[in-house]
Design a protein around this ligand. Structure first.
Ligand code: NAD
Length: 497
């Protein structure tokens, strides 16, 4: 019998009583590997109530103790790294190497959470007025909730609950219903690391469960990562319900290639950044902007892309795995068709991709378009597949203008040998994460993940110092201690005296 995915409530793995289940499938074969429950309203309420009760003692737990929990957790994650990556590969189809990267980038955030004492320090100023001192504390908010996407089932949950919990909050995670087994393993290990019961709850489901969290009066803060349409809904509904919301959304990431760049570096980096993970990364490069003479490299890029073939997660020769589900594949094929019909030239077409031994997988081969205009849907929309668009520009200014007119602002990169061009690009580009000869500039956790414009709704970003701001409230104390009981009469002004 297929395994059913439990909920985690109050430290217990519990079977849901729901009548509604979502199959979790192996995207390379369509085999159903598990059934995920759509948690009932009562179960969601119980998860939040349990987190609320646990908050009462967790918020009083000394910061070093909170840090020690994170230290134990990061050690356990490292010890179980390959096992987590195997679970992840099986439910997402990601190649094992890529799955290990997904886990590793999550572990890095847990390492960062171990520094919570220095990260959460407030500020002090002595003598803000005569014999009056002022100092601030960061205090946790309460029950925070996280809603995560399918494409990084280890890294993105780990962006959220370790930082939130290290700050003194408790957490309700609603992972993607498409790959819930990896987050459940992360949750088991958190418990094994000694997390007190009730710190982390995991509930499963889709829109209904998320909407319940968005309306729940006992949740002050929601973190979301996913598509732009859902992100807008989360941000609007969450803020309408007076919650603090950070919503990381979709992307259309451009790489600018200057003619002075090293050709082979450009091609190698572009191949990995565009079709790696089947293009199912929010920081994937989906548009390459060839400036001036660099356009001559497009045929060689095509040849390099044509060498990459998708395959099974444990095939060491596979460049990437299948798309997450048949609908995702259909959507990508529809875009490829629309691109052709709109007059773009398809230099490499992955629509008919076949992987020997896995005829039912959601395969799409590397695809390359040229002669694309900004009006075409393949340029406007996030495709989220192994489809790269090559656009030509005469100057760097033209490339910058094009990118700044695109509504998304998650990531971008420039490949060049010129410091002046790189400096101009980093300054003028209206995108939150910029790589200079680095194709996928995902910041390490001591910085924050800072997408802009339509790629992010909210103001405090993920991890880094901004996560502490997001998951805490600042309390500022102004204090005076009287040395004698000589009173100087009422102060009738707002000034401190
Ligand atoms: P998705 O928006 O379909 O789902 C994300 C989460 O929202 C899931 O947990 C899902 O159950 C829930 N959800 C889905 N529909 C909902 C609805 N109508 N109301 C409430 N909740 C709903 O995203 P996905 O397909 O799982 O992930 C891919 C998307 O995530 C891409 O657009 C990608 O760019 C984006 N993403 C962004 C970042 C970033 O940092 N900006 C990182 C990773 C992924």
């Amino acid at each position: 019998m297929t395994q059913t995915v439990p909920l985690l409530i109050g430290g217990e793995m519990v079977q849901s009583e729901t009548q509604s289940w979502i199959p979790v499938t192996d995207p390379a074969t369509q085999e159903v590997i598990a059934q995920a429950p759509c948690a009932t309203a009562a179960e969601v309420d119980r998860a939040v109530a349990t987190a609320k009760a646990a908050f009462e003692s967790w918020k009083e737990t000394p910061v070093s103790e909170r840090a020690r929990l994170m230290l134990r957790y990061q050690a356990l994650l490292k010890d179980n790294h390959d096992e987590i990556a195997t679970i992840l590969s099986k439910e997402t189809g990601k190649t094992f190497e890529d799955a290990k990267g997904d886990v590793w980038r999550g572990i890095e955030v847990v390492e960062h959470a171990c520094n919570i004492a220095s990260l959460s320090m407030g500020e002090t100023v002595e003598n803000v007025a005569r014999k009056i001192d002022c100092y601030s504390y960061t205090q946790p908010l309460g029950v925070c909730a996280g809603i995560t996407p399918f494409n990084f089932p280890a890294m993105i949950p780990l962006w959220m609950f370790p930082m939130a919990i290290a700050c003194g909050n408790t957490f309700v995670l609603k992972p993607s219903e498409q790959d819930p087994l990896t987050p459940m393993r992360l949750a088991e290990l958190f418990k094994e690391a000694g997390a007190p019961d009730g710190l982390l709850q995991v509930i499963h489901g889709g829109k209904e469960q998320v909407d319940q969290l968005l309306h729940h009066p006992d949740i002050p803060a929601i973190s979301f990562v996913g598509s732009v349409a859902v992100g807008e809904h989360i941000y609007r509904t969450g803020t309408d319900n007076m919650k603090r919301v950070q919503a990381f959304a979709g992307a259309k990431n451009h790489m600018v290639i200057m003619p002075d760049a090293q050709k082979q570096q450009v091609i190698n980096n572009l191949v990995g950044a565009s079709v790696g993970a089947g293009g199912q990364r929010c920081m994937a490069i989906s548009v390459a902007v060839f400036v001036g003479e660099s356009r001559k490299w497009i045929p060689e890029l095509r040849e390099a892309l044509a060498q990459v073939r998708p395959g099974l997660w444990n095939d060491p020769e596979a460049g990437y795995g299948p798309l997450i589900n048949p609908q995702a594949k259909e959507r990508v094929l529809r875009f490829i068709q629309e691109g052709k019909e709109a007059g773009a030239e398809c230099l490499l077409d992955g629509s008919e991709c076949v992987v020997p031994g896995a005829p039912d997988g959601n395969w799409v081969g590397p695809t390359l378009f040229t002669k694309v205009t900004p009006q075409m849907s393949i340029y406007r929309e996030e495709i989220f597949g192994p489809v790269l668009i090559a656009i030509e520009a005469d100057t760097l200014d033209e490339a910058i203008k094009l990118i700044n007119e695109n509504p998304y602002g998650n990531g971008t990169s420039i490949f060049t040998a010129s410091g002046a061009a790189a400096r101009k690009y980093q300054h003028e580009i209206q995108v939150g994460q910029v790589g200079i000869n680095v194709p996928v500039p995902v910041p390490l956790p001591f910085f924050s993940f800072t997408g802009w414009r339509k790629s992010f709704y909210g103001d405090q970003h993920a991890y880094g110092k901004q996560a502490v701001k997001f998951y805490t409230e600042t309390k500022t104390v102004t204090a005076r201690w009287f040395e004698d009981d000589i009173a100087s009469g009422p102060n009738m002004t707002i000034a401190l005296k």
